[in-house]
Design a protein around this ligand. Structure first.
Ligand code: C2E
Ligand code: MG
Ligand code: MG
Length: 938
């Protein structure tokens, strides 16, 4: 700002002073120019005055003689050096010419009136009138002009006419004088001369005119010189005749600068520059004269020294003051910064001081509060606070020791803890604690069990810390104690609940894992085997469903108790789930594990159980996995036992199996089959084979059983025994069974339509299918879709179906029966043979299981079971069909017993549809029964 302000001020001052200087210069110039112009005007007028004076001579004297004229002009010429000549021209008529010429000749012999033609003097041509130079002064130097007629000089004549009109002296235009050697612009001033004025005042006749011839430059120079204006004073001056600076009309120029056109400053300086030229016009002797004045160029410094000084001085001052201000500001800033820093430092110091003070106050307050809290807590606590001396004897106990802990304070004072709790000296925790005390370490939540004054077992928890004096000497311990018996008991309960089965009180799966781990660890240590038995009750579901869950629970509790009591204390029996139990048997020296132990357990289970008023017999299937025989991981032991148990079930239940790796293979195959089975249906891998059923009386084929086959791309033709079980477990049997039903019905209808007889097709239905809700509607749909007569369909059910839910089963059977479909019981005799059910079911046919048929002829032809089944069925008005008839002997025996139909390899294996059709077309049949057949029985 200082810089800018200084610069602006300087410039303004510079401009102002410059302007003043310019004004001054202009004024000076104008003055000087005006002085000169005034001098010129006066000089010019004086010069003209000379003519007026000579003219008055003629006016006053009348006719003037040559001598008079000479005398009169002589002093004038001396005074006015710029006058070239005075003359008087006489107006001469042609008549007077010779007289005048005679007069002239007196002055100079031979002189005649002459005129100027082409710059040369020649005798004048004859005219009416001549204006002849009669007198001329000074004569010397102007001789040539004497006798000259100027009437053909236009310049003079113009002025003359003007003067005649105005009666005043009038100047001519510029011309060059013939007589002058140095050419110099000259002019003359003329005035007419009349004869003396008449008395009446009118003018007399024109006599001629007087004229003064002046040298312009000399005139101007003498005027200026007389006025004291020399040209070297810085002013250049020019005078022109006329009002324009015409070079041809130039009268005078002081030097070349006077001729220069007036300087024109550029527009932006026009305002500022000084006036350097002026022009004035004068009117003298009836003519206009132009005077131009130019200032001579001068060095700039000469005119503007003052303003330049101001400029320089201003700039210098500005720079100095700017620098000064700059320095001052920097200093101020530095000082401010330092002041701010100091202030901040002071503030922070102040704040820290304040903080310290308030922190100290807070700490004191917190200390007081915590002390108070501690006192309140101890007062409120139901626990106790204790102190011991350096020998760890209790010196004081305050609080609820006797009320909560059941120990009188007096019984403790003066004693150590181990005197009160002798177990401390023998147990691991006690030894550890004593070591802690000897090391003078604090301890936290030390829990121990001890007897109270009343001899009741209780749990206590204590905390303690050593006390030292200022010198670091040990003074004893102090701490707190509490009774945690309730908590411990709750923990035990929770623990027990978490690890035991609620119903039987046996360890559950989680505790079983623990025990198994321990047993395996023990086996690893002692190199003695461990057996894991998985025991599954046979048909427990049946008991549960038929007798109710209560009865089921009682049964389970009974079995659990029996298992428990049949084992040694070191063995574990756990309930895995539902009716599955796991037993872990560890071998001990001198007590080898044998299969008899397993049998003993099974026997224990199999003893009759009284449920209400009923006596029940429950068997079980057992799988056993042994460790370390199969190098199995402990975890897989139960899995292996499960596989073995599964096998035992398959083998007809009520037996035990030891796990073998082959079983594992089987289990693996199950998995393989299961995954392949999922896609078999949509890949169309199933086919049906048909086995003929033959009427024993007529020997004719009366029906066929549809048996499923699985054409597996890798496993080949898979028998149903390998996959039906899996399909049932996974539920895949439902869609598969539906496919079988529809295919079999459609095939039968096709054969009937082909005229192959009204046969009956038997289709196996699994229990799982039987349970499906839409069984009856879907059966209906199949019959409707295929158009098969319901009587030509027989549904084979297994006995197992009736083991579970009987009531809904009976209802479903009735609904199926209502469709007009036949029902048969497959594999009769192998399942739960409660024959009483048969009367309640709407059954048409019994199929004797082939295991009974195969018995025929083993030990002689008789088979009492087959015989009694047939009798029973016939009593119940059921037809009987024997399965698996392979020999003629069997056939004969069955015929003899009155069995209605047979099915077996003896007549035909199950056949693909096309082969079966061929069989039908061939009309193959058994030879009809003969009397001889009946003899067999007899
Ligand atoms: P099943 O219903 O008792 O069928 C009779 C089984 O005995 C058939 O075995 C048949 O080939 C066989 N067999 C017939 N005559 C003789 C003989 O003279 N000697 C011997 N040793 N065997 C004979 P397959 O076809 O292997 O079927 C086994 C079981 O698979 C069937 O027993 C049945 O329970 C089940 N099954 C077959 N197809 C189906 C089906 O479509 N659905 C359902 N749920 N189960 C089916
Ligand atoms: Mg069957
Ligand atoms: Mg069967």
């Amino acid at each position: 700002m200082t810089l800018a302000g200084g610069l602006v001020t300087t410039l303004v001052l510079f401009a102002g002073v410059g302007r003043l200087e310019n004004d001054n210069l202009s004024l000076l110039f104008a003055q000087r120019a005006d002085l000169r112009v005034a001098a010129l005007r006066q000089g010019f007028e004086e010069a003209v005055e000379v003519l007026t004076v000579t003219h008055t001579l003629f006016d006053t004297i009348g006719p003037v003689t040559r001598a008079q004229y000479h005398d009169f002009t002589l002093p004038l010429l001396a005074r006015h050096p710029f006058i070239q000549a005075f003359n008087f021209r006489r107006l001469v008529s042609n008549a007077d010419r010779s007289g005048v010429e005679a007069g002239l000749a007196q002055l100079r012999p031979g002189l005649v009136i002459t005129e100027m033609v082409d710059g040369k003097l020649v005798p004048a041509a004859s005219k009416n009138q001549y204006r002849v130079v009669d007198y001329i002064e000074p004569f010397e130097g102007n001789e040539a002009a004497l006798g000259l007629d100027i009437s053909n000089n236009a310049a003079v004549m113009d002025a003359l006419r003007q003067a005649e009109a105005s009666g005043r002296p009038t100047a001519t235009r510029l011309f060059r004088l013939a007589q002058n050697r140095v050419p110099e612009p000259s002019f003359s001033v003329v005035m007419p001369v009349y004869a003396r004025t008449r008395p009446d005042g009118s003018r007399g006749a024109l006599l001629g005119e007087t004229a003064v011839i002046m040298r312009g430059r000399t005139l101007v120079e003498s005027i200026l010189a007389r006025a004291g204006h020399r040209t070297a004073t810085g002013i250049a001056l020019a005078v022109y005749s006329g009002d324009r600076p015409d070079p041809a009309a130039l009268v005078y120029a002081s030097n070349r600068h006077a001729l220069a056109a007036p300087e024109r400053a550029p527009w932006y300086l026009a305002q500022w520059g000084p006036q350097r030229s002026a022009a004035r016009t004068l009117v003298v002797a009836e003519r206009t004269w132009l005077v131009t004045v130019n200032a001579m160029p001068r060095p700039f410094l000469a005119d503007h020294f003052g303003s330049l000084l101001v400029l320089l001085g201003g700039l210098l001052c500005t720079l100095i003051s700017t620098a000064f201000v700059q320095l001052t500001m920097q200093r101020t800033r530095r000082v401010n910064r330092v002041v701010e820093e100091r202030t901040a430092d002071l503030k922070s110091i102040n704040a820290r001081l304040l903080d310290d003070v308030s922190a100290r106050r807070r700490t004191e307050k917190a200390l007081q509060e915590s002390e108070q809290r501690f006192r309140q807590l101890v007062a409120m606590s139901s626990d106790w606070y204790w102190e011991q001396d350096a020998r760890l004897r209790f010196t004081s106990v305050t609080g609820g020791l006797s009320a909560k802990g059941g120990i009188r304070v007096e019984s403790l004072l003066g004693k150590t803890l181990w005197q009160r709790v002798p177990a401390m000296l023998t147990t691991e925790w006690g030894q550890r604690h004593i070591a802690q005390l000897e090391a003078r370490q604090p301890f936290l939540d030390l829990e121990y069990e001890a007897l109270d004054d009343a001899g009741v077992r209780r749990w206590y928890a204590i905390n303690g810390e050593p006390i030292f004096d200022e010198l670091g000497n040990f003074l004893g311990y102090r701490g707190t104690g509490s009774d945690i018996t309730e908590r411990k008991q709750a923990e035990h309960r929770v623990h027990h609940v978490a690890q035991h089965d609620a119903l039987t009180g046996l360890p559950n799966r989680s505790l079983l894992q623990d025990r198994l781990g321990q047993a395996v660890a023990y086996a690893n240590r002692t190199a003695m085997p461990v057996w894991v038995m998985l025991l599954d009750l046979d048909r427990f579901k049946f008991v549960n469903d038929s007798m109710g869950h209560k009865a089921g629970d009682v049964l389970l509790m009974t079995i659990a108790a029996r298992l428990r009591s049949a084992l040694r204390d070191t063995d574990t029996v756990a309930r895995l789930s539902g009716d599955e139990f796991v037993v872990i048997l560890s071998e001990h020296p001198g007590q080898p594990l044998t299969a008899e132990i397993v049998q003993r357990l099974m026997d224990a289970v199999a003893r009759p159980v009284m449920l209400g008023t009923h006596e029940f017999f429950v068997t079980c299937s057992v799988g056993v996995a042994t460790y370390p025989h199969h190098l199995a991981e402990p975890d897989t032991l139960i899995e292996h036992a499960d596989i073995a148990m599964y096998r035992a079930k398959k083998l007809g239940r009520n037996n035990f199996q030891f796990y073998t790796p082959a079983m594992n293979e089987e289990a693996l195959e199950r998995v393989r089959i299961e995954s392949a089975l999922r896609n078999a249906l949509e890949r169309n891998e199933f086919v049906l084979h048909y086995q003929p059923q033959v009427h024993l009386g007529s020997g004719a084929i009366v029906g066929m059983e549809a048996l499923i086959r699985w054409r597996h791309p890798e496993l080949g033709m898979v028998a149903p025994i390998r996959f039906i079980g899996v399909a049932e477990e996974t539920g895949l049997i439902v869609p598969i069974g539906a496919w079988v039903m529809r295919t079999a019905c459609a095939q039968n209808k096709a054969w009937q339509d082909a005229g192959l007889g009204n046969l009956r097709v038997a289709v196996n239905l699994s229990a799982r299918q039987f349970g499906a809700i839409d069984l009856v509607p879907s059966l209906e749909a199949v019959l409707a879709d295929t158009g098969l007569t319901p009587a030509c369909l027989e549904i084979e059910l297994t006995e197992s179906l009736f083991m579970s839910d009987i009531t809904p089963a009976v209802e479903t059977l009735h609904r199926i029966k209502a469709l007009g479909v036949n029902l048969s019981i497959d594999d009769f005799g192998t399942g739960y043979s409660s024959l009483s059910y048969l009367s309640r079911f709407p059954i048409d046919v019994l199929k004797i299981d082939r295991s009974f048929v195969s018995d025929i002829g083993q030990d002689g032809p008789e088979s009492p079971i087959v015989a009694s089944i047939i009798t029973l069925a016939h009593n119940l008005k059921l037809a009987v069909i024997a399965e698996g008839v392979e020999t003629l002997a069997q056939l004969d025996y069955l015929r003899a017993l009155g069995c209605d139909e047979m099915q077996g390899y003896y007549f035909s294996r199950p056949l693909p549809a096309d082969e079966f059709e061929q069989l039908l077309r061939q009309g193959r049949h058994l030879p009809p029964a003969t009397l001889r057949d009946l003899d067999v029985v007899a």
